[in-house]
Design a protein around this ligand. Structure first.
Ligand SMILES: NC(=O)c1ccc[n+]([C@@H]2O[C@H](COP(=O)([O-])OP(=O)(O)OC[C@H]3O[C@@H](n4cnc5c(N)ncnc54)[C@H](O)[C@@H]3O)[C@@H](O)[C@H]2O)c1
Length: 396
């Protein structure tokens, strides 16, 4: 069975789905890896490294799509909303696709993939279970985003992060506030602390308090309680506008006192709540920095410009998308391990094993045999449930 790695085509994308280090494990599992030439170059892996680990280098993109039984990419059609469509005519019936497909984005892109007869597995849908932890690509990318958000903020802020006592006087530490303490937010706290800042964080999920404190951050308590703050999978749940209004009022002073605000409050498949308004930005000191990690889903800050860095009221607001792609070496390393674990789960002795009794397979499979089959996706887009998938059909 051949696993094909086409070069990423999203403009500016520097990551690669598989790095040379994971190839021996895949070979041992009975999988042959074909890589489009130049795929890993911008992530620090020349073709020679792939060849040395046993991969076959293929110059033609068309040939990779033609020969692969399983294609693996970072941004597949759907997640690549710029030119991902170019891949569609190259896909063939019966092929398996594994990567980011943005399953709760638009139903049309999933239907496009289904119509090609491709079985797509969405890494966004990997369940949050101990068994699936090694495959959790969302957490891998969130970790990188949280780190990079702080590094960008530190570089932009006209102050230093650590407290310093010098002969010329004492420098106060930077105050960093993180709103939304999920995987990205927690990594931001840890990174800000390593750089010597005073880090505090707020999250509407009460469970986040202990995690923030365990990283040495101060948890900002607000006298409001979210209704069902967390769903069964551990994700934050959308609240009503009245709740967000109250949050904005209560967060106003804390935001105003911060040198850096990193927002990472997202709700899967929904527009991100606005938690930092124009008035709140106006109250921040000139030179302050906001990094809006929710920018791709509308942003947590009212003044965020999609995929841009702007200055408003003297405050720099960084709304760049896809920050994980700016750390291509480690983003690719983590993703490749996630994908390698997933592929080893999906195959046995070099053959596909699509057992729908298995929650990892069932929950990540979004298209199969011409249909959008995923129960969660169908419910999200108000499509009628498919009996065959909910019954746990087994297919290979
Ligand atoms: N395998 C596992 O068990 C596993 C894997 C990954 C994450 N997790 C846990 O799941 C939780 C969520 O992590 P995530 O990175 O997926 O989160 P996420 O990216 O979905 O959301 C980011 C955070 O924003 C918060 N948020 C949303 N709306 C908010 C609002 N209005 N105000 C304040 N905060 C708001 C959410 O509660 C969440 O913590 C974390 O506790 C994480 O540790 C568990």
């Amino acid at each position: 069975m051949i696993v094909g790695v086409p070069k990423e085509i999203y403009p500016g994308e520097r990551r690669v789905a598989l790095v040379p280090a994971v190839i021996p494990n895949l070979t041992k599992a009975g999988l042959e890896v074909h890589v489009e030439t130049g795929s890993g170059l911008q992530a620090g892996h020349p073709d020679s490294e792939y060849a040395a680990k046993g991969a076959k280098l293929v110059a033609s993109r068309g040939e990779i799509f033609q020969s692969a039984d399983i294609l693996t990419q970072f941004l597949c059609h759907g997640a690549n909303d710029r030119n991902g469509r170019e891949d569609l005519p190259l896909m063939r019936k019966g092929q398996v696709l594994v990567g980011f497909v943005r399953p709760l984005g638009t139903i049309k892109t999933l239907q496009d993939i289904a119509e090609r007869g491709v079985t797509a597995f969405s890494v966004e849908m990997i369940p949050r279970t101990t068994r699936a932890q090694s495959m959790d690509a969302l957490s891998s990318m969130a970790t990188i985003c949280g780190y990079k958000a702080v590094v960008l903020a530190a570089d932009t802020l006209p102050r230093m992060f650590p407290m310093l006592t010098t002969a010329a006087g004492t420098i106060a530490p930077a105050r960093v506030l993180i709103i939304g303490a999920g995987v990205a937010g927690l990594q931001a706290i840890a990174t800000a602390r390593r750089l010597g800042a005073v880090a505090s964080a707020y999250d509407m999920r009460p469970a986040a308090k202990e995690q923030v404190q365990s990283l040495g951050g101060r948890f900002v308590e607000l006298p409001i309680e979210a209704k069902d703050a967390q769903d069964a999978r551990g994700y934050g749940k959308a609240q009503d506008e009245g709740f967000y209004q109250k949050q904005r009022e209560l967060l106003g002073n804390t935001v105003a006192e911060s040198d850096v605000v990193i927002t990472a409050a997202v709700i899967p498949g929904k527009k991100s709540p606005v938690l930092v308004t124009k008035e709140m930005v106006e109250r921040m000191a000139p030179g302050s920095v906001i990094v809006d990690l929710a920018a791709e889903r509308g942003g947590n800050c009212e003044l965020t410009k999609p995929d841009e860095t702007t200055v408003a009221c003297g405050v720099t607001i960084i709304g760049e998308f896809n920050l994980a792609a700016t750390v291509p070496y480690h983003a690719s390393q983590l993703y490749a391990r996630n994908i390698s674990a997933f592929l080893q789960h999906l195959t046995k002795d070099g053959k596909l094993q699509m057992n729908l009794q298995d929650d990892i397979i069932r929950e990540t499979m979004v298209t199969h045999e011409g249909e959008v089959v995923n129960a969660r996706v169908r419910e999200f887009f108000s499509l009628p449930a498919l009996e065959s998938t909910s019954a746990g059909r087994s297919s290979s």
